[in-house]
Write a protein that binds this ligand. Structure first.
Ligand SMILES: [Zn+2]
Length: 151
């Protein structure tokens, strides 16, 4: 799923205009989640640097380790559409309740692959209220990214 969404890069404290569209996309994606085991449906939406929105939801599996996070699906959709040089300008994660649903450790690394450490990461509650506005400097300090493999 993709929708053209022309915005600038969003950083914490300086949200991109139209952030509400990204929140709506994440909330909408959460409705498609397959989470019968955890009963913890999650949605995510990324804004690519090309101005497109890609969303995803978590898809659980009876063989638990095979489950996929919402962020992973949103990033996969972005890369499928825009190829591997795609970049994330902002990402919203939409949790199922009033508790903080921040990205898991694996997804922090997945985001890191396609985002700068200053790129805004927003976490919203089930009603779309902003709960956390952060970045990878906070969520994944001293991170390992693609540039660490360069000489
Ligand atoms: Zn995850």
């Amino acid at each position: 799923m993709s929708e053209k969404f022309m915005l600038g890069k969003s950083t914490p404290g300086k949200p991109a205009r139209g952030l509400d569209k990204l929140i709506l996309a994440a909330n909408s994606a959460r409705q498609s989640a397959h989470a019968p085991y955890s009963d913890h449906p999650v949605g995510a939406a990324v804004l690519s640097s090309s101005g497109n929105i890609y969303s995803g939801c978590n898809i659980e599996n009876a063989a638990y380790p095979l489950g996929m996070c919402a962020e992973a699906m949103a990033i996969a959709n972005m890369v499928m559409a825009e190829k591997s040089d795609a970049r994330i300008d902002a990402i919203v994660i939409s949790g199922p309740g009033k508790h903080l649903c921040s990205p898991c450790g694996g997804c922090r690394q997945r985001i890191r692959e396609f985002a700068d450490v200053e790129t805004a990461i927003y976490v919203c509650d089930v009603e779309g209220n902003m709960m956390l506005e952060t970045d990878l400097n906070e969520l994944l300090p001293h991170s390992f990214g693609p540039e660490n493999l360069k000489n």
